[in-house]
Design a protein around this ligand. Structure first.
Ligand code: SF4
Ligand code: SF4
Length: 297
């Protein structure tokens, strides 16, 4: 039997939005907080909404800006060689006819251009791309990562939120990850002990779940599926899970009242049968981390 890590990191993800991912993450975090020091980390930094479930949460400490070092040009030092534009993988630098233009909005702050400039004509300065803020609701800590409006550099904010969450040394960390399978989702699940993929029995969700399974498989992460709105549609999520050798660790039946209250950010802590399901899911996750269940080949 494997040991449970000092901090159990659970990433709640989904191939598509609207499956009930944030709601499940919030309730899992509450179930964890009933017994252990737990933090809910909102990594859906483009549109974080976990705090909508905790309107009474109070702020703890200062908001921390997330900054990035971006290059600026010293024109009198530049020879116009174009090495910086060739070095940039993100198309943030254009060198045309010896004139260099830097689009700081596209810059990811990797520093390659600065390092490779033969004339030392690029310097760096910090710009703020987002922030993290720490809140508390009862015994549950909630850390939110939020990108500045109009920015596209979500991964810097996600990594900053992960680092701040880790520094708080909780026993359980539940991450609400961005939907989809692109770069932000990849960064959000990276390093998790277990990934919960939330799906609903619809054709769209089935298709996107398959892509999400490939994402966690690519990272060699343990994972299981929670079927939300069970009975709502007829897409065969269970067959896909069998085919991909992925356990279904929970089935949450569809209830119209619950679906509409969930969309408006309401907790269902007074729903005993629902909270029992959440407890069971959490126990399955702990068991899977201790053993080989959910190991993807
Ligand atoms: S690499 Fe340096 S010297 Fe060459 S174009 Fe870019 S800034 Fe100018
Ligand atoms: S720091 Fe990296 S991303 Fe930004 S302009 Fe330079 S090479 Fe491109």
């Amino acid at each position: 039997m494997k040991a449970v890590p000092q901090e159990l990191v659970i990433a709640v993800a989904s191939g598509k939005g609207g499956t009930g991912k944030t709601s499940l993450a919030a309730h899992l975090a509450l179930a964890g907080a009933a017994r252990l020091r737990t933090i809910l980390v909102d990594l859906d930094v483009e549109a974080p909404d976990s705090l909508a479930y905790f309107p009474e949460a109070i702020r703890v400490g200062r908001n921390c800006p997330v900054s990035l070092k971006v290059p600026f040009l010293i024109p009198e030092s530049c020879s116009g060689c174009g090495a910086c534009a060739k070095a940039c993988h993100f198309g943030a630098i254009v060198a045309l006819g010896g004139a260099v233009t830097i689009d700081q909005k596209l810059c990811k702050g990797c520093g390659r251009c600065v390092f490779l400039c033969p004339e030392n004509a690029l310097k760096e300065r910090g710009i703020v791309v987002g922030q993290t803020r720490l809140m508390k609701s009862g015994s549950l800590d909630i850390l939110e990562g939020r990108m500045d409006v109009g920015d596209i550099r979500s991964t810097s904010v996600i990594e900053a939120a992960k680092t701040r969450a880790a520094s708080l040394k909780k026993e359980v960390q539940v991450r609400d990850c961005p939907p989809g399978v692109s770069c932000p989702a990849t960064h959000a699940v990276e390093g998790a002990d277990y990934v919960v993929l939330v799906a609903e029995p619809t054709a769209f969700s089935l298709h996107d779940l398959s892509a999400a399974i490939s994402l966690v498989k690519g990272q060699g992460l343990k994972a299981g599926v929670v079927i939300n709105k069970y009975g709502f549609g007829d897409a065969d999520i269970e067959s896909l899970c069998r085919e991909k050798a992925l356990p279904v660790i929970g089935r949450i039946e569809f209830k119209r009242k619950r679906a509409s209250s969930g969309a408006s950010g309401k907790l269902w802590t007074d729903d005993g049968s629902y909270m029992q399901k959440i407890d069971e899911i959490l126990k399955r996750i702990v068991h899977a981390v201790e053993t080989d269940e959910g190991e993807l080949g």
